[in-house]
Design a protein around this ligand. Structure first.
Ligand code: NAD
Length: 485
């Protein structure tokens, strides 16, 4: 049974110039929860006209409003108040996020805390930033860091509120005004931003939100001539479409895209920790995680023992209603996505991989987008379940003979986002970590992120890096003023 939060909105509007509004043409789309797939609210479906209004409001806030002219300390105070307002809504946010995305409630709680932390972190960071000066005998040049203007932010449906905060916090901290286009599968938690912004005293027009379908509202935002930069998180193919469209306006782009990250386990690893880490890496957040360690590569001498332990643990992972505190895997976000993930399970079986756990909807859950934790062994690099991002609770496991083969298999992917290495031989750990073509490597650790570190991907996983000062660099232009002495 799905429990329906009592305080859900019946409609969700755009937030433009500090007003909640319907779409200019009155269109809406229906939003359902993934545990029942029953529609619970109508959401304004934006198009070019709504994006134009939002950009006009953002431009006015940027050009004549106080926000970019406030000191970093003053803006930081507002950002800290946003963090306070998020924390004050932690219960509602977690309940809504879990209801709308299908994430287990225990994991949705962590998202609210991380979102608040993003605002605190960037508030403090901009206050501590300095601007460089360069001096010769003849001249001194000093750097002025300027917010770029109206930033277009386009976000996906996995951990939606947290990922929105990951872009909003640095863009606002830098002094930009923003237009956010949240993912259409999960608009609910974004409907909290207006009251959070008002409570924190964010000036009108600095934050604007246009809901809608990617190919309409998202595309209009990318094409708008007064939006000089786009920060996008989503699928690699969508990123390619956006890059093509942004080329006309030579826009600044930050692309956080898909992944198919390897988790390499050597025979000398602490096996308990490696099994734990490899399970968490792909089955937390329903497996709907860009950094999922979805290809586990295990040294041949421990392969069968690892598999037996891993499969037994995977079979015990509790799949259930997102709001149940005992649930470890909830419902996948949308029936279309559920079908897609089931298609990958079928393709793994058809291509000859050995199914050692899961593979189907649990019997006790006849409705909703559920899938048991699914483990395929003996997966080869030719198979689709090895090559393509599944973005669900499905893992591909394969053996390797030696370090050279481990590195070759780890890098046998078009993606390069995250990776995980487990070994007690530290020299080898560093060697393998540095040989892997991925922007982020966790050595003897599962995925723990420090907000100060760079975050991004290489190969088909992205372009540019966010995180720490990288994010502020993206949302600002550095102007050099050179003065003769
Ligand atoms: P998606 O690409 O389908 O959609 C992402 C956003 O882009 C949505 O808001 C969507 O409406 C919008 N969009 C779609 N088409 C568009 C277009 N033509 N123009 C402009 N906007 C458009 O991705 P998704 O299914 O929402 O999210 C899952 C993907 O996101 C996975 O590939 C995952 O790996 C990736 N992801 C990456 C990171 C990262 O940091 N690298 C983090 C989370 C998710």
């Amino acid at each position: 049974m799905t429990s329906i939060p009592a305080d859900l909105p019946k409609t969700i509007g755009h937030w433009i110039g500090a007003e909640l509004v319907e779409s200019a043409d009155g269109r809406t789309f229906a939003n359902a929860d993934p545990a029942s797939n029953l529609v619970y609210c109508d959401v304004a479906s934006g198009g070019a006209a709504d994006v134009a209004l939002a950009v006009t409001a953002a431009r006015a806030a940027f050009e004549i409003g106080p926000w970019p002219r406030m000191s970093p300390r003053e803006r930081g105070r507002v950002l800290h108040r946003i963090a306070d307002a998020i924390e004050a809504r932690e219960d509602r946010l977690a309940t809504w996020e879990s209801f709308d995305t299908g994430l287990p409630i225990t994991q949705a709680r962590g998202q609210a805390r991380r979102a608040a932390e993003n605002f605190r972190y960037f508030a403090d960071l901009v206050n501590a930033l300095h601007e460089d000066a360069f001096r010769t005998a003849a001249q001194i040049g000093y750097v002025v860091r300027k917010p770029i203007g109206v930033a277009g932010l386009i976000t996906p449906w996995n951990t939606p509120f947290m990922l929105e905060s990951w872009k909003l916090a640095p863009a606002l901290a830098a002094g930009c005004a923003v237009v956010l286009k949240p993912a259409e599968f999960t608009p609910l938690s974004a409907s909290l931003w207006p009251e959070i912004a008002e409570e924190a005293g964010l000036p009108a027009g600095v934050l604007n939100i246009v809901h809608g379908i990617g190919e309409e509202a998202g595309a209009a935002l990318v094409e708008h001539p007064d939006v000089p930069l786009i920060s996008f998180t989503g699928e690699t193919t969508t990123g390619q479409t956006i890059m093509r469209s942004a080329a006309t306006g030579l826009k600044g782009l930050s692309m956080e895209l898909g992944g198919k990250s390897p988790c390499v386990v050597f025979a000398d690893a602490d096996l308990d920790a490696a099994v734990d880490g490899a399970l968490f890496g792909v089955f937390s957040l329903n497996g709907e995680r860009c950094t999922a360690g979805s290809r586990v590569i295990v040294e041949a001498s421990i392969y069968e023992e690892f598999l037996a332990r891993y499969a037994a643990r995977a079979a015990r992972i509790r799949v259930g209603p997102p709001q149940d505190p005992d649930t470890e895997i909830g419902a996948l976000v949308h029936p279309e996505h559920h079908e897609r993930v089931l298609g990958y399970v079928a393709s793994g079986i058809a291509e000859g991989a050995r199914l050692v756990a899961g593979g189907a909807r649990p019997d006790a859950l006849p409705d909703g987008n559920y899938l048991a934790a699914t483990v395929f062994a003996d997966v080869t690099p030719a198979m689709r379940i090895w090559r393509e991002e599944i973005f669900g609770p499905v893992v591909a496991i394969a053996p390797f003979a030696d370090e050279t083969e481990a590195i070759r298999l780890a890098n046998d992917t078009r993606y390069g986002l995250a990776s995980y290495v487990w070994t007690s031989n530290l020299k080898r750990g560093h060697r393998v970590a540095q040989a892997i073509e991925a922007s982020m490597v966790w050595l003897n650790s599962h995925n723990v992120r420090d907000l100060r570190t760079p975050f991004g991907g290489v190969k088909a996983s992205g372009l540019g890096q966010e995180g720490g000062a990288h994010s502020i660099d993206f949302y600002t232009d550095s102007q050099i003023v050179s003065v003769a002495l």
